[in-house]
Design a protein around this ligand. Sequence first.
Ligand code: UT7
Length: 333
Amino acid sequence: MRGIKIIGTGMYAPDMILSNDMLSTFLDTNDEWIYSRTGIRERRISVDKPNFYMAAEAAKAAVANSGTDPSEIDLVLAATCSPDYFYPALSCLVQHAVGAVNAAAFDINSACTGFINALDTASRFLEDGDYKNILIVASERLAPHCDYTDRTASILFGDGAGAAVVTKNDKPMWSYLSAKGDYFNALYCKVDQSRSNCQYLAKTDALPVGIIDSEAKTHTLQMNGKAVYKFAVDAMDTAVRKVLERSGLGIDDIDLYIPHQANARIIESAVKSLGLPEEKVYVNLEKRGNTSSACIPTALAELDEMGRIKDGMTICLVGFGAGLTSGAIVFTQ
Ligand code: UT7
């Protein structure tokens, strides 16, 4: 039987606060519009710290909080869609930073659904028995991806990292994961290959022209807000229903719901359609914005700090993101 227990949490938020009022000094927008349409008032932005710095800080905090010696970590999983390097994997940089010398490491990119996919993956490694302690970190530095002339998308996102150390539990867990690749262009950020000099290869006549995407001009985050919104409302509802169906539990059997923090209206819509008790749904996006895969573990770390993650409670995590992907996990702590 699969089961996970969170034995440590940590998070990192950059110092710089980018408020709606600050955005409105260079964008045709205002606090009233952003807050009423999204629930966001401010977000944190990493001005000078790379993604791996944020990831390492959150990971170190989680390992310290777990009481586990770094040498006892068997696997480091990093979820990110905004790495500093194509390779090595972010998880390798984190493994080095925390001193998890005995751990294997690899990354998972399913954008905002990253932590859910990573936690599901971790549970399967734990079930196997060879892996005892797994460090999961989800970290995003989205500011460099944002087009700050695009008032529709750039207002949503912030930077930050969250982490958790998990171990096997004899209490059950269930998951539901989904991907709809046909919606790949509803939310994407293209790799910038324009500075490559692959064009020389074409001169040999051995390789076709067009091996690189030198024409593409858009290497910032591109989003069809309405399409993602529509997908998200449906995906949150479906993922929660499916995972509850698999677990045999009802809405009221869940003690805490932690949704992906993309837009307060999307969360409200899921609360309404599923009939979730509002007091059980954690929302923190007013001060953090959407930090993609980092939203859920950051929320877990905040809740843990408040003493709201207790042994024996049943928690539902639900998210969606670029891909388009979605998923939900139910576990008893
Ligand atoms: O992790 C996944 C990440 N992505 C998402 O979750 C995105 C999901 N989508 C959304 O959250 C919403 O679609 C947005 C917040 C992005 C946009 O909200 P909306 O209610 O769908 O607005 P809209 O795109 O329908 O735009 C309504 C109006 C438009 O003006 P007109 O055409 O009615 O004159 C926009 O140009 O609001 C305008 N507008 C803005 N006005 C002030 C769009 N963005 C802004 C802005 N400030 N920042």
